[in-house]
Write a protein that binds this ligand. Structure first.
Ligand code: LRH
Ligand code: MN
Ligand code: MN
Length: 424
């Protein structure tokens, strides 16, 4: 599928006059529109290789057709997103869903599409065909040494794949835990897990990071061995300076104050990466910003404040990844919406009058503090994100171009109506 530059340009020409009016207006309303546009242009969000097909639930899956049949086609799809928004310049691979059997070829394809390889994800939460031992009762936590060994070896293999592709980080998410009281000795499970993570950590190249992703529940529903940010932080601290906590927005107990978690992890230098999505009930993996955009904005406020306080580069200091998939939308449209939501929340966070906020906090002026945040949140920053895309050669309205060019219909023609992308 080649969505050509002229499709984008033709669309931009039509939308240009209205955009210029909106951009001129916002530029007059805020102190540093140019600075924000520049930061937005630098900010790239990795697309997960498992989000390009229609997600499902355990009750069913309703594929929309034209799904990528292999890693090559997934790279093509992400390339297309990146051409539209110029903000999706990275891919995060899940092994073994997307094994790069010919790494040189895969690397070259990604380079053609101007994509780099973000974090590699290991998978010890499913049994794969032909796998010797089962993860039914956990992987690194398992009471059986041979199963723990198998899980460690898998992670080492994922690092090797990552090295071949030029990735620089490994995300470990463990579904380990228990479903019933008494099933598990918590301390032993923690210690087994720590020992396994230590072996994996020891195999990391010196410039790599390891992200320890936590999740409160599912598939285990009584205890999870990396269940919250405290546990992840404990592992990451014990492992060493290359290990960090990864925050997936859907992995908390209801109403958790994620922005405060982000602030404290950043303060401790242990926030490594993000999985963006949104949720109403649990790990719903819904489109970013579709349910709680104010929470997303507040998280970005803490990210911006904390990264600036520690001198961390916004674009490269942390791993920014989407982890969303769902049942009812075209996955590519969904990803365009997710990236846009991230850009808007980031832009709004950059708008916050920090000096005024600090003064309001010092003077216990609670109402003023709220006004300052909400003034930024209620500012329509869409023209800033559009301007950043325009300057980088992307589309003023990525979703509009995608639809006008009938991309999905063409993908269905090319790949068929009954294709099945690997992933959840
Ligand atoms: C677990 C998770 C983790 C996996 C992905 C497929 O819920 O968030 O990041 O790798 O989903
Ligand atoms: Mn995740
Ligand atoms: Mn998840």
């Amino acid at each position: 599928m080649q969505l050509e530059q002229h499709n984008i340009q033709a669309h931009n020409e039509q939308a240009l006059a209205a955009h210029q009016r909106a951009f001129a207006y916002i530029s007059g309303e805020i102190p540093d529109a140019e600075g924000i546009v520049a930061r937005l242009a630098d900010f790239q969000v990795a697309i997960p290789s498992w989000a390009l097909g229609t997600g499902g639930t355990r009750f069913g899956r309703f594929p929309g057709g034209g799904e990528p049949r292999n890693l090559e086609e997934k790279i093509a799809d992400i390339g297309l997103l990146h051409r539209l928004n110029r903000s999706s310049g990275a891919i995060s691979l899940h092994i073994p869903w997307d094994i790069p059997s010919n790494p040189a070829h895969i690397k070259a394809l990604a380079a053609q599409q101007e994509l780099r390889f973000d974090a590699m994800n290991s998978n010890t939460f499913q049994d794969q065909p032909g796998q010797a031992l089962s993860y039914k009762f956990g992987s690194l936590q398992n009471t059986d040494k041979a199963i723990r060994r198998q899980a460690v070896e898998h992670n080492l293999e994922v690092i090797r794949h990552g090295v071949e592709l030029g990735s620089e980080s490994l995300t470990v998410w463990l579904s380990d835990g228990s479903c019933f009281p008494g099933q598990l000795n918590f301390r032993q499970a923690f210690e087994n897990t720590l020992r396994g993570l230590q072996e994996i950590y020891a195999a990391l190249p010196a410039h790599w990071k390891m992200f320890v992703e936590y999740k409160a529940f599912e598939p285990n529903f009584y205890s999870t061995t990396v269940g919250d940010w405290g546990q992840s932080y404990l592992y990451a601290s014990k492992l060493g300076p290359q290990a960090y906590t990864l925050v997936d927005l859907g992995h908390h107990l209801p109403n958790a104050n994620i922005e405060q978690i982000v602030a404290l992890l950043l303060m401790e230098g242990k926030l490594g990466g993000f999985h963006f999505n949104d949720s109403k009930y649990g790990d719903d993996d819904l489109t970013v910003g579709s349910i709680k955009p104010y929470q997303l904005f507040l998280i970005f406020c803490e990210l911006v404040e904390g990264m600036d306080a520690r001198g961390i580069d916004h674009a490269t200091g942390l791993g920014w990844m989407i982890d969303a998939s769902h049942n009812v939308k075209d996955p590519l449209e969904d990803l365009l919406q997710s990236v846009e939501a991230i850009m808007l929340a980031y832009a709004q966070a950059l708008l916050v009058d920090r000096k005024a906020l600090t003064a309001a906090q010092a003077g216990h002026d609670v109402a003023a503090a709220q006004e300052i945040l909400q003034k930024a949140f209620r500012t329509d920053v869409r023209a800033l994100a559009a301007e950043a895309r325009l300057r980088a050669g992307g589309a003023l309205n990525p979703l509009g171009v995608y639809r006008a060019a009938n991309v999905r219909a063409e993908l269905i023609r090319e790949r068929g109506a009954k294709t099945f992308a690997t992933g959840l």
